[in-house]
Design a protein around this ligand. Structure first.
Ligand code: AHM
Ligand code: MG
Length: 335
């Protein structure tokens, strides 16, 4: 474990050695990290900071917003709007995109985020997080528009999340593997704790909300039935299950020790392709997982290859240990 490499130093070295991070992207990532630090403080205060509970408002997806959803969203906007590195932002908590106010210079990047993922876990003191994705604004066109954001996930230039759990840890990729940085509260900085994160290709652990079982499609049901049959079943081994209901926490576990995570399409709302959002949940998580040697599909195609048509588009998600994701995807393709 490297003890003394700060996020800043890590980014400077990537900039110097790999040429992967232009100066403005480094600035952007540092600003996002600083915003996450301040969200982490708000999360930690909990009831003492008056941040728990609902806000009596709904977001564009018709979900009741929690106070922390709104606080985290504002922290990210305020941190990012003035630095000159961004052309615009998009968030789970905002109906439309936000272009950088005219009084500030506009940059070449687009930042998309789910400010507070796992909202149902805020009030019960279970891990939650911030997910973010960075794209480049396409050339041409002075004003940034929603269309500029609608790029497939493979075009991301950086992606990551910050988990607010027993530790606050920022997990990042700029296209050269995945690195993890834990917040050192005494120093006030993120310190590198793991580089070259690798997801084992095989696993005996799955994550899915089992209460939806009766609504699943046949390939998902088949896969889970086979896991549940254990040692005596076709897989010949026992499986364990975890479901935290915070995608950040489930993905963090998978990056740490492997596993497969699924939030598939189901029959509850058949017109929706899934529950999770493509642009600021599935794409950044999908890229992180791939960068760690795992795989991410919607059951039929690679998440990162999906051409988005809407900012808040939903998608079916299967990600994690490569061999398991390929198996479930195969069940869909051969159904
Ligand atoms: P959110 O962004 O509103 O918090 O919703 C996304 C979350 C994911 O973190 C998690 O995997 C999923 O919703 C849990 O959903 P469910 O309560 O249906 O199991
Ligand atoms: Mg979310």
């Amino acid at each position: 474990m490297s003890h003394h490499i700060s996020l800043t130093r890590y980014l400077v070295e990537r900039q110097r050695e790999d040429g992967l991070i232009p100066g403005n992207l480094r600035l952007l990532l540092e600003v996002v990290a600083r915003a996450c630090k301040s969200i982490s403080h708000a999360v930690n205060k909990g009831a003492l900071g008056g941040v728990l509970g609902t806000a009596d408002t709904e977001n564009v997806q018709g979900e009741v917003q929690k106070k922390l959803d709104i606080i985290a969203n504002e922290v990210l906007i305020e941190a990012n709007e003035w630095g000159g590195h961004l052309a615009g932002m998009a968030s789970e908590e905002m109906d439309t995109i936000l272009s950088v106010p005219n009084r500030y210079p506009a940059g070449e990047y687009l930042l998309l985020f789910d400010p507070l993922d796992g909202s149902s876990n805020i009030d019960v003191n279970v891990s939650i997080g911030t997910i973010f994705s960075v794209l480049k604004k396409p050339e041409g066109g002075a004003e940034v528009g929603e269309q500029d954001f609608l790029q497939p996930g493979r075009q991301q230039v950086a992606a990551g999340y910050c988990i607010y759990g027993p530790q606050t840890t920022l997990v990042l990729t700029v296209g050269k593997g995945v690195a993890m940085f834990t917040l050192d509260r005494e120093q006030g900085s993120f310190v590198l704790v793991q580089e070259h994160v690798q997801i084992p290709p095989d696993t005996q652990e799955f994550a899915i909300n089992m209460s939806n079982m009766r609504h699943w499609d046949a390939p998902v049901k088949r896969y889970i039935d086979e896991c549940l049959a254990g040692k005596e079943g076709p897989r010949g081994k026992n499986f364990n299950m975890r479901w935290i209901a915070s995608m950040v926490a489930d993905v963090h576990r998978i990056l740490t020790r492997g596993g497969v995570f699924m939030y598939p399409w189901d029959k509850r709302e058949p017109h929706k392709p899934g529950k999770l959002r493509l642009m600021y949940e599935a794409n950044p998580m999908g890229w992180l997982v791939e960068q760690a040697g795992g795989a991410a599909t919607n059951g039929r195609e690679r998440i990162l290859d999906i051409a988005p048509t809407e900012l808040h588009q939903r998608v079916s998600v299967i990600l994690g240990s490569k061999n398991e994701v390929e198996r479930v995807t195969g069940y869909h393709l051969n159904a």
